[in-house]
Design a protein around this ligand. Structure first.
Ligand SMILES: [Zn+2]
Length: 190
């Protein structure tokens, strides 16, 4: 078995949809020791970057039923990104061949709630200030979550402007149902 070549954004998007459906129907695929050896020998070729919340209920590798070597995941509270995160995303796109970048928020996000509640503590304020700037006067948690995700997407896109073959999409994971709703459908985007 050899590592697949670069996966298009649309193909990557279809894999995420299929993985979330397997997660929802409990048809998850097992990891093989052979794959671990293959990845150790030939390196990783993840098909998507996922920027998600650190929330313990939001685990991208599980949500998308992904195997080892498939997702390049960055997690911070409130799926906010700083220069370190942008460097990680840049690396995944420029050196690992990722052509799809997903910013994944979720329902009942504590970081969004903290921003809405005006929380400003030591280092937490870096996160809540960023989210507050993104949501403006919005008070509804769901809409605030979406605005925060879109802000992070813009931040990443602006940082990777020279990559015209990369697609960016936001999504919200419902922690009660396990379902991911993407802001756009990229399945036909070949
Ligand atoms: Zn969260």
């Amino acid at each position: 078995m050899s590592i697949a070549s670069t996966c298009s954004a649309a193909s990557a998007f279809k894999k995420l949809i299929a993985g979330n459906n397997r997660f929802l129907t409990d048809e998850r695929k097992p990891t093989s020791p052979e794959l671990m050896l293959e990845l150790a020998k030939n390196g990783q070729k993840p098909y998507a970057v996922i920027v998600s919340c650190s929330d313990s209920r939001v685990v991208p590798e599980m949500i998308f039923d992904s195997d080892l070597g498939e997702l390049f995941v960055i997690r911070t509270a409130g799926n906010t990104v700083d220069d370190y995160c942008l460097g990680s995303i840049e690396y995944a796109v420029a050196h690992l061949g990722c052509r799809l970048v997903v910013v994944l928020g979720h329902t009942h996000c504590g970081a969004v709630a903290a921003a809405l509640g005006g929380v400003r503590e030591r280092h937490i304020c870096h996160i809540t200030d960023r989210i507050r700037a993104a949501i403006g006067n919005e008070k509804a948690p769901g809409r605030a979550c979406e605005l925060s995700i879109r802000s992070t997407l813009h931040q990443i896109e602006n940082d990777l402007t020279e990559r015209h073959d990369v697609r960016y999409v936001g999504g919200i994971y419902d922690i009660a149902t396990g379902r991911v709703d993407f802001f756009e459908d990229l399945r036909e985007d070949e």
